[in-house]
Design a protein around this ligand. Sequence first.
Ligand code: PMP
Length: 451
Amino acid sequence: MAQKNRDAGPAARQILDMNAFDAAAGMGAASPSLKRRIANVGAAAVLFYREPIEVVSARGSWMTAADGKRYLDFYNNVPSVGHSHPRVVADVTDQIARLNINTRYLNSVVDRYLDALKAKFPDALSNVVLSCSGSEANDLAVRIAATASGGTGIIVTENAYHGNTSIISDISPSALKRRGLPDHVVTVAAPAHAGQRNSIENAFAAHIERAIAELERRGHKFSAFICDSIFSSDGVYADPPGFLRKAIDTVHKAGGLYIADEVQPGFARTGDAFWGFARHDVMPDVVTMGKPMGNGFPMAGLATRPELLARFCEETGYFSTFGGNPVAAAAGMAVLEVIAEERLQDNALEKGAHIKARLKDLATKDDRIADVRGAGLFLGIELCRPGHAAEPDPELASGAINGLKDRGVMIGAAGRFGNTLKVRPPLSLSEEEADIFVDRLADTLSGIPAS
Ligand code: PMP
């Protein structure tokens, strides 16, 4: 929970705790469905909202609740070609009725997809490994880096989230509660949004250099720098394109690998490019991906150079029973085709620019909007105390999230203090839907008195 005492400033928060239902605060007038969920899942429940929503169906940009209320989905970046896209539904249904088996057999549906996915990467990253979750993909990436570098030292951003396996929880500061990071993990501050391109580029590279030195001081050989290419859990930092270049040079000069985590920004969301790293014109050693890859069908994976994968496979056997099966391949192929046929990357750029311009206009009238930033349909709206851009206001963000919920819009928060609203609608968003969001946000903020 955000700290109440404003003078002391807000407390840092874990990404999963932001705007979550808090069972410890008491069940109050909980619905039977809510009581049933908590009874089944216990402390591992991660429900959204103080009063969670029971959803029953979704289509395009809209989700429908059990009580019939419709919500414009500006939160979920998994159904990124639109909820229940008919093409994905048809291809998955057709394939599951035909064949679903592991990848120890040749199958043209799988190989056609691997070819199409590979074509989306720089030529050097010519091997792809498919798995079922972003966590698994990152876990394998970190292990590939360890065999390649002969070290275990990892650098991450200070509010990063990369997944839930043992190895990956250890490099996800945003998932850790009471326990701290292990000794072999050093954090760097997320790139700041203010300043000129050169200063961000240089400052970020300098942070990386210091982190490498710190790992050496602690006696850990540097293995890899991993970052979400749009720094989503850190608060969404996209600009200026290219600011990662110097940092990645520094990583490579020190003998480390650069792992680009594209689980959030990948698959055309940023509008400028298919991958977030491509906006920065940098060359990763490993790229990991997930979330939107199957538009809701659980699939993930990584792309890397053959020699890095070969080195890892010499030491450890690797196989995933469900990863990359023909149904996943059918879902993934449908997603790639829909993105191309419906020109969703262009739509992300266009609708993202429209929303950004309208939000920037809103910021000129409401001095609690400290910044509007991001790329394509991945934007961050940073909220602060009135006229004090440097003073984060997570309570206002929370009020906005719940006020938007009342007005039929789903949105979430990010950033160290949870004061940045994350804008991530489906890439198929229409201009009318974009305007509904901005209008309802303006209405919500005007209903919350400045404090
Ligand atoms: N990387 C990033 C940047 C993520 O946001 C997430 C999930 N929120 C993951 C990795 C982990 O993916 P998954 O939940 O599919 O394991």
